[in-house]
Design a protein around this ligand. Structure first.
Ligand code: FDA
Length: 309
């Protein structure tokens, strides 16, 4: 119920307009978001790199409403890739096709993101296409397979969500293509016809997808903070003789930092997804929806810190 409400509010721009300058809300966001500028985000990546953690930078922003905004997002991603290269950071980028204009037209989204992929290729870097709600799954996978992957096989990859009933078929399609996949559970509110309503089914489907990707796919990103699933990935890798450099774990900035560091110590690869920018509200609401206890946890910490000052 609380998850549903938080996900509903994540889409209410008017609520964001009300709270964006409230100190408390901005402080809550700062736990999950690496500041509002390219420079604060790159500093956060440098800190992660120093701990042996790689990163994927995400410029926050969801669907844009006109072509100029889409092209501006594309331009900022080019600047970001230039900055990563200049500072020699171990990081790639994650993009949302709707932020590149997909809702205006598929052609515009593809054109803008292609330029970003071409720049990534020039630096031998990589662009991950984040997956949004199920309304975009087909369009995103089709754009990827027909227009973005050919010619850029090392420089672009997709995300699949175990919450969706269709996902094992998409995993098989991705394995046939030998493209890079990030597997996650899925952060969007979905109808029961397309997604499993029961979390146990989402988790079971995750493990099935992860096994297929680890065994037959190409360098999968195992994106989760679920300790049972992480343990299963390690067990499965040992059983099948899959070396630790054939996959990577992925986690979100500010979530389970203890686990992130432990994974490095154990000799596995881990990449942290580092979002930044002024449009942090929908992202923050999705993170709170995943773990409503975060609301109490963060509020408590903020109060404690205020008293210490
Ligand atoms: P689950 O929700 O079962 O949580 C397992 C445990 O992890 C919890 O018990 C808690 O301890 C901890 N945890 C999880 N979320 C937390 C939080 N917000 N704060 C504190 N603790 C938390 N989704 C999507 O739809 N499209 C996408 O492109 C992506 N991309 C993506 C990239 C990366 C690198 C990650 C890690 C995740 C995504 N996601 C995503 C989000 C994903 O779908 C999912 O919503 C979250 O990862 C939470 O699910 P878990 O797998 O962590 O499991």
């Amino acid at each position: 119920m609380l998850r549903t409400s938080l996900l509903y509010f994540s889409r209410q721009q008017r609520v964001f307009n009300l709270i964006k300058n409230v100190g408390f809300a901005r402080k809550m966001a700062s736990r999950f978001v690496a500041g509002e500028t390219i420079h604060t985000a790159m500093d956060a990546v440098a800190e992660l790199n120093a701990k042996g953690i790689t990163a994927s930078l995400d410029l926050l922003g969801e669907s844009v409403t006109n072509e100029a905004e889409a092209r501006e997002t594309g331009r900022q991603y080019l600047e970001l890739l230039d900055g990563i290269n200049k500072r020699k950071l171990d990081a790639n980028v994650s993009v949302k096709l709707t932020a590149m204009g997909q809702d205006i037209s598929d052609e515009l989204g593809i054109e803008v993101v292609r330029e970003v992929i071409a720049r990534a290729k020039s630096y031998d870097s990589f662009v991950r296409l984040d997956m949004e709600s199920s309304a975009y799954t087909d369009r995103t996978l089709d754009a990827f397979e027909r227009h973005l992957f050919p010619g850029h096989e090392n420089n672009v990859g997709i995300v699949l969500q175990s919450a969706l009933r269709r996902t094992l078929d998409d995993v098989d399609r991705a394995n046939r293509l030998q493209c890079r996949v990030r597997i996650c559970k899925g952060a969007y509110l979905e109808p029961p016809e397309v997604a499993f309503p029961d979390k146990a089914d989402v988790d079971r489907n995750y493990v099935a997808a992860m096994h297929r990707l680890m065994e037959h796919g190409r360098y999968p990103g195992i994106a989760t903070h679920d300790e049972a699933i992480i343990a299963e990935a390690k067990r499965f890798a040992k059983e099948k003789g899959i070396a630790p450099d054939r996959f990577e774990f992925q986690m979100l900035y500010g979530v389970r930092r203890d686990l992130q560091e432990q994974i490095v110590k154990e000799g596995y690869r881990i990449r942290v997804y580092v979002p930044f920018g002024s449009q942090w509200y929908p992202y923050l609401m999705r993170r709170l929806a995943e773990r409503p206890a975060n609301i109490a946890f963060m509020a408590g910490n903020i109060v404690k810190e205020s008293f210490r000052r």
